[in-house]
Design a protein around this ligand. Sequence first.
Ligand code: FAD
Length: 508
Amino acid sequence: MSAPRWLFWHRRDLRLADNLGLAAAAAATAALSGVVVLDPAELAAPDQAPARLWFLAESLRELAARWQAAGSRLLVLQGDPGELLPRLAAATGAAVVAWNRGVEPAERERDRRVAAALQGDGVKVLVDWDQLLVPPETILTGGGAPYRVYGPYLRNWRGQVERRAIAGELDLRPAPRDLLDLDPAALPRPELWAALPRLEPLPAAAQLAAIASGSGPLQPASGDGRLLQPFSGAELCPCRPGEAAALAQLDAFADGGALASYEEGRNLPAEAGTSALSAALRFGTLSPRQAWAAAAVARYAARSDETLASISVWEQELAWREFYQQALLHFPELAAGPYRPQWRHFPWENDPTRLDAWKAGLTGMPIVDAAMRQLVGSGWMHNRCRMIVASYLVKDLICDWRLGERFFMEHLVDGDLAANNGGWQWSASSGMDPKPLRIFNPATQAGKFDAEAAYIRTWLPELAHVATPDLISGQIAPLERRGYPAPIVDHKQQQARFKALYANLPRG
Ligand SMILES: Cc1cc2nc3c(=O)[nH]c(=O)nc-3n(C[C@H](O)[C@H](O)[C@H](O)COP(=O)(O)OP(=O)(O)OC[C@H]3O[C@@H](n4cnc5c(N)ncnc54)[C@H](O)[C@@H]3O)c2cc1C
């Protein structure tokens, strides 16, 4: 008797190596096919980003080649997974569909729907965690509640990760090999197979945008009529798509010195001091275990306390990622608005001219504008600058943080609901973070972290001639501006104004 066919549904795990759900499926049967379902409803999300469509399309191309090299194939379908996966299982006679779990509310709702449809047809469903080092249900406070505060979460998380590593639970799983492909000529239900909306050849980024629009090339893709332009920042984007590039980036970061000096280097936006692996972790072209293993190797080879401290700080960033994911899983209401109830009453001013200036990188505050140009131009922004521009939008321009959260999602290649929402609520002071009010002075931040204004000059080349202190303070003489605006607000005044509005909020 031939081996029973299984299907593995890739979602945010676009890799073959160290993929827990895939490894479990491959251990059960060699007759394994991969499937990706491109749902126009998801692609057409109003906050879709051309950069993410690019990263997705390019990563799919490599994933399909890897499936082929492993002896089988990746099927890419277009439509609703709740409808298509049962049809595909019936067409191929698949007994089981396996996938890795996610934390986003809409994702979980969709998965429940897909699982019910498959089970209704008698197809088994196998699901487990893959995208986190510690499964979120197993990391709880002493009282059995989910964590709301990062510090104690980190302590528990680190202990659990280290225990799991010693127990071999984080050992990397090899990519499956010697798989058995399906034979389209010998399928149990050829008429169902023929009717499947398969995307062959694989879609390019422009086609993904077209699918999202439900029409021809690059029409309005999102629900609100926003035009999805093709991504033009691929060359500037530091995040590279595909499994091979993610591993190469990880190696370069861990072996090339940036990890060893991460504690300091991570704060300097003019330098490549961070891993730029956020999109790889977001799309799962890299697993968190691979990231952790690279840090463990570096730790073993470390020769100084500074290097060891840097490795620990980088691991703490991986913990932030998991903290926000478990928070979203346990508190899905985070996605809807401020976690702290009093922030629902904040009298945001939301001045459209100021908001537009922020989006366009024309606020007259060079560090803010450089960062916003990096976001729009490359699909990515340095973490230090994400914090600066977020604080500026909320506390200097007095705009609702959700407007910034949305704009980030429309542009970020690594745009991720849990991390983005977590970062914005942290910056707005509306989240779980116990510090009540955090206000960044953009000039002080620039002076500290871009002291030579190298980052500012990179992204604002029209100001290359301006003296460094003026670029940092934003106090540029009118003649030197050459069309660049004067600051649209005064930080001191706005800070006082924001504090006064905050003081009137109901406590609680
Ligand atoms: C307002 C705001 C919005 C953000 N939006 C996103 C987002 O949509 N997607 C996203 O992945 N990150 C987001 N971040 C977190 C952080 O800025 C990025 O993860 C980081 O800049 C990515 O660069 P890197 O890969 O070089 O990170 P590294 O410094 O090399 O860190 C390694 C990895 O840890 C994770 N990580 C690092 N910092 C954080 C953090 N503060 N929160 C959660 N995970 C973290 C990322 O997966 C990152 O790739 C946001 C931060 C802020 C302040």
